[in-house]
Write a protein that binds this ligand. Structure first.
Ligand code: PLP
Length: 425
């Protein structure tokens, strides 16, 4: 049994015996032949089952305006679903596009259009600039970074704080005209769990940028994904931006991937009318219209914006105990040891675990060898490189509760073993 002394306060002998104990605990862990996966933020089967009614919808094939959803057309999506999500995202219906099944695809489409054509306020297409740079709050979402990397866009990191990206660092970077945009996950960020405050959002909306066509990719993937009754409100970035004279700066994205079916949901883009027209103006060459049958069945399934909120409460009932289990396992094994800190998110899909500097890769490797798959160390940083090798993203949504408990107790053992190995040199 461990008394919770900071590992760095142990004498050399104490540390040696602590290390031996952890080696024994790890050998036991390996002996259990586990096969658990905490790599990605996927909804669990129980969550997917909450939406099985969708498989029998839509009833009928006409939307509220009488359009036959089975046919081509309606590039911006069906009105009743756009209205519902405009209400949820605090924007006007004309500012919302309901698209296909993936918001990541909409982000990618925007980026490619900026590269190939530029925006109306661009001096030239981004691809004709000598270099294009993007601000990336870290830790952040790995697919944001790999998307930029695939187009050779340079990534400049800024720290992600409890209230959003480090504004002073962002203000410094946007003095460079090559800095064309930035990512933000404003609500319950992946993976830090933090929520961008009104003050930070307002500063980002109003700051001077050297690039006249600076864009904020405001990825509100977890806008409604509360884990407690204390529901975070996303800052109203479109109003803040238009109020400070930069109406076209933000492009907001959201989807029902973690509300209904992750692979068969509906994605949304919300922006100024000028940005929406720009987006659809290019999109018209790529599609005759989105899957309106899927959009109609979503509109019928939810019924209203209130229906979406009520549905999210059912997700919370399934998810909250898993996040509590992560915190319990980490607290009981690691509290007082001074070798790790972790987030206690009130929403979203992730727990951010920071272990002793230089040991994250080792922890993930130890866990893997014990049958516990974790997201690769460094994944939350551009090019997969965490300069301090300390960050691990935990995704407890998919496994059942018992498996989350087992996996996290195992991860805690790996954290302690890796720390003891490093400290004993
Ligand atoms: N944005 C963030 C921050 C995410 O974490 C995810 C999925 O994990 C996505 C976007 C993917 O969204 P979609 O399923 O709508 O493409």
């Amino acid at each position: 049994p461990t008394t919770a002394t900071a590992l760095s306060d142990l004498s050399a002998d104490e540390l040696e015996s602590f290390l031996e104990n952890q080696r024994t605990a790890y050998a036991e862990l390996q002996g259990r032949g586990l096969k658990l996966d905490l790599t990605r933020g996927k909804p669990s089967v129980a969550q997917l089952d909450l939406c099985n009614e969708l498989l029998g919808l839509p009833k009928g094939h006409l939307d509220a305006g009488g359009t036959d959803v089975r046919n081509y057309g309606g590039l911006s999506g069906i009105t009743e679903l756009r209205e519902m999500f405009a209400d949820l995202l605090w924007v006007e219906t004309e500012q919302v596009v309901a698209g296909g099944n993936s918001s990541l695809t909409m982000m990618h489409d925007c980026l490619v259009q900026l590269l190939l054509h530029g925006a109306p306020d661009s001096p030239r297409p981004w691809s004709q600039e000598e270099r294009v740079r993007f601000i990336c709050p870290v830790p952040g979402y790995d697919r944001h970074f790999t998307m930029l990397a695939s187009y050779g866009i340079e990534m400049l990191t800024v720290p992600m704080h409890e209230d959003g990206p480090d504004v002073a660092a962002v203000r410094e970077l946007v003095k460079d005209p090559a800095v064309k945009g930035m990512w933000i996950v404003p609500t319950y960020a992946n993976p830090s769990g933090s929520t961008c405050s009104q003050e930070v959002a307002s500063a980002l909306a109003s700051m001077e940028t050297a690039a006249p066509d600076f864009r904020i990719f405001w990825d509100n993937a977890y806008a409604f994904h509360h884990l407690t009754e204390d529901e975070a409100k996303s800052a109203d970035i479109l109003t803040l931006a238009s109020g400070s004279g930069h109406p076209d700066r933000p492009i907001m994205f959201a989807s029902t991937s973690k509300i209904t079916f992750a692979g068969s949901g509906v994605a949304f883009l919300a922006a100024s009318k000028a940005n929406v027209d720009w987006y659809l103006g290019h999109q018209q060459f790529a599609s005759i219209g989105p899957d309106k049958v899927n959009q109609l069945r979503h509109a019928q399934f939810f019924g209203s914006a209130e229906g979406v909120r009520a549905h999210m409460a059912r997700h919370r009932e399934i998810l909250a105990p898993k996040f509590a289990a992560v915190d319990e396992a980490l607290t009981s094994a690691l509290e007082g040891r001074a070798v790790a800190t972790w987030s206690k998110p009130s929403g979203g899909y992730f727990v951010n675990l920071d272990v002793l500097d230089g040991t994250a890769t080792r922890v993930v490797e130890l866990a893997k060898a014990a049958g516990i798959a974790l997201t690769p160390a460094g994944a939350s940083f551009p090019h997969g490189h965490d300069p301090r090798d300390r960050n691990i993203r935990l995704a407890p949504s998919f496994p059942v509760l018992d498996e989350v408990r087992t996996a996290m107790a195992g991860v805690a053992t790996c954290v302690l073993l890796a720390a003891a190995e490093t400290l004993s040199g």
